[in-house]
Design a protein. Structure first.
Length: 163
């Protein structure tokens, strides 16, 4: 029950250390059999890579970009400022402020540079992937049914009464 090959998610992060968090988003996309690519695209250390990626993603068939970054966390907003694709920002937990700095950086994008922002850390990465699945399911009935089944399974796993 996989979706069309040309429907792809770009999963990018600012550094290798972000992979521990962003891998959870990749795992969810794999569970839903959604093709995606993973890349390290640092806003500060590889700006040319960032510009190239943001400018060419749509031509490569990418439909949504999930961008995780910590600290100054400029990656999601910079991609949003260049690309016309929806960008889902994942603030990575940092040592300095436990990810609050990352969250503030991503969530306060100026008018005209829309960037969806999720919770700090692992929950945010998982929810960004599920949100991407939800967006893609609007135009893919098989994926929509799979998402409904996933949500039902999650609901059914919760007991009615404590044991």
């Amino acid at each position: 029950m996989s979706i069309k090959r040309n429907t792809t998610i770009g999963l990018v992060m600012g550094s290798q250390s972000d992979w521990d968090t962003m891998q959870l988003a990749s795992d969810i996309l794999k569970d839903f059999k959604i093709s995606h690519e993973t890349k390290i695209v640092s806003a500060h250390r590889t700006p040319e890579r960032l510009f190239s990626y943001a400018k060419t993603a749509e031509k490569k068939g990418i439909k949504i970009i999930i961008a995780g970054a910590g600290g100054a966390a400029h990656l999601p907003g910079m991609i949003s400022s260049i690309s016309n694709l929806p960008v889902l920002g994942v603030p990575i937990e940092s040592k300095f402020m436990n990810g609050l700095d990352s969250l503030f950086s991503i969530v306060q994008m100026p008018y005209g540079v829309p960037t969806a922002t999720f919770a700090v850390g692992k929950s945010g990465a998982k929810n960004a992937a599920l949100f991407a699945v939800s967006i893609l399911s609007l135009s893919n009935n098989a994926l929509h049914k799979k998402l409904i089944a996933w949500k039902k399974k999650q609901t059914d796993s919760i007991q009615l009464r404590p044991s």
